[in-house]
Design a protein around this ligand. Structure first.
Ligand code: 2IT
Length: 449
């Protein structure tokens, strides 16, 4: 049995009740074979065994009181996955389905993603099974304060620097930062990113994930002699990431035509391209209703209840911007059968099941890996930490230039790694190989820790 197979088997046995975590470990380790199976030093130093074991996991009680005086208990998490190349860095997700498996999958992915940015940040992730939808501002504030009253022990500028993810945006980061500052008695701005502009945030952070994804896509299309202009894009989700993607696609002359939510999907064949339509996404998210149907009601387009857009519309490209496992095997088959789409550019973390990814690749759909495509968000967070460290704020132009440079560079690193290790055109494998190499080199240099 090869080294990769042995580690996979042991990891499955040890984490049998963590399906999302095992899914990403399987996907990543399988693509690392060209590096680790050809050089005994990785096994001698147990690089893979150490990479699949978080350095530590924090799990804690989060008690809070709602507006009617009722007490609620949620579960909080912060996983310190890998600090080989920098302090742990990664978002906090507040959503009802958050559990240890999901936080570990996100932390594992984050380690490789952060490595791909070229910036000095390790991998971490956290969150809670708290659902901010439908809660009052006061309830969200009390929850965030309670969450931070435990979390503050585990974070800090040289330790771990959380940020937002699904369910955690500017409002939540504000409340979290306020409580962190109050408890620690220090203005340690770099300990959290995604802050507001008035207290240490970076310009461009809300847009960075979506814009970065489109910069990556633009670089990919350039490399195959095409452009985004005139292309139709099927998008899922309607949150911050989908918003940035729609906006930047429109700027490149492409058009997003779908959005999705827990209630179904909308199809706007004219394109989500005007400021009015694009900015309505922010309103829908802020309303806390969590319904995409509101878009169809407002702009008079088609709404399909209980379904996802995959293969149900005409699109040249799909860009899933919602959650993990959005595209399953039945969706992949529908996409292939519909026949228009040539590219799947993952934006949300792990939006495609391993089975669906394998099928799509076999059928000739070109896939781009989320850990590469969505790295603009965390890259901007790292730039926010740089600004905080030098007590300066950069202009939007400076930040956007850097994000563009990083994203275009990530695409080439994925492409080059795929070519170097014998799988040209497999950008997903390329992302894993390139992300792995830097972390593994740092771990080898630092000894058995
Ligand atoms: O998935 C992600 O990369 C994020 N949620 C952003 C993390 C960050 O530290 O900005």
């Amino acid at each position: 049995m090869s080294y990769v197979d042995r580690v996979l088997e042991a990891t499955k046995a040890k984490n049998a009740n963590e399906p999302e975590f095992l899914q990403t470990v399987e996907e990543v380790l399988n693509s690392l074979r060209p590096i680790v199976d050809n050089d005994p030093k990785y096994e001698e130093h147990a690089i893979l065994e150490r990479m699949v074991e978080p350095e530590r996991v924090h799990e804690f009680r989060v008690p809070w009181v709602d507006d009617n005086g009722k007490v609620h208990i949620n579960r909080g998490y912060r996983v310190h996955f890998n600090s080989a190349i920098g302090p742990y860095k990664g978002g906090l997700r507040f959503a009802p389905n958050v559990n240890l498996s999901i936080v570990k999958f996100l932390g594992f992915e984050q380690t490789f993603k952060n490595s791909l940015t070229g910036l000095p940040i390790g991998g971490g992730k956290g969150g809670s099974d708290f659902d901010p939808n439908g809660k009052s501002d006061a309830e969200v504030m009390r929850f965030c304060q309670s969450f931070m009253t435990e979390l503050y022990r585990y974070i800090g500028i040289d330790v771990d620097c959380p940020a937002g993810d699904i369910g955690v945006g500017g409002r939540e980061i504000g409340y979290l930062y306020g409580q962190y500052k109050r408890i620690t008695g220090k203005y340690e701005a770099g300990a959290l990113s995604g802050k507001g502009l008035s207290y240490g945030g970076s310009v461009g952070r809300p847009e960075a994930t979506g814009y970065g994804a489109v910069y990556y896509a633009d670089e990919y299309f350039k490399s195959i002699g095409q452009t985004l202009e005139g292309k139709t894009v099927g998008v899922s989700g309607f949150g911050n990431v989908a918003w940035g993607v729609c906006k930047k696609l429109a700027a490149f002359g492409a058009k997003a035509v779908t959005l999705s939510g827990p209630d179904g999907y909308i199809y706007d064949k004219d394109g989500i391209i005007t400021d009015e339509k694009i900015n309505y996404l922010l309103e829908m998210r802020a309303s806390g209703r969590n319904l995409v149907k509101d878009y169809a009601d407002k702009f008079g387009c088609e709404f399909v209840a209980g379904e996802k857009p995959w293969g149900r519309v005409k699109a040249d490209i799909y860009m899933p911007c919602a959650m993990q496992n959005d595209i399953r095997i039945e969706d992949a088959k529908r996409i292939v059968e519909e026949g228009t789409a040539k590219d799947l550019i993952e934006v949300a973390n792990m939006p495609t099941t391993n089975e669906a990814m394998e099928y799509l690749q076999k059928q000739g759909i070109v896939m781009q890996a989320s850990k590469a495509v969505n790295a603009g968000g965390v890259a901007c967070s790292s730039l926010e930490m740089s600004q905080n460290a030098e007590h300066l704020s950069w202009t939007l132009e400076e930040v956007d230039d850097k994000i563009q440079h990083i994203m275009r560079g990530i695409f080439h690193n994925c492409k080059d790694a795929a070519e170097k290790y014998g799988c040209p055109g497999n950008y997903v494998a390329g992302a894993n190989l390139a992300g792995f190499q830097k972390v593994a080199d740092a771990m080898l240099a630092q000894g058995i820790v």
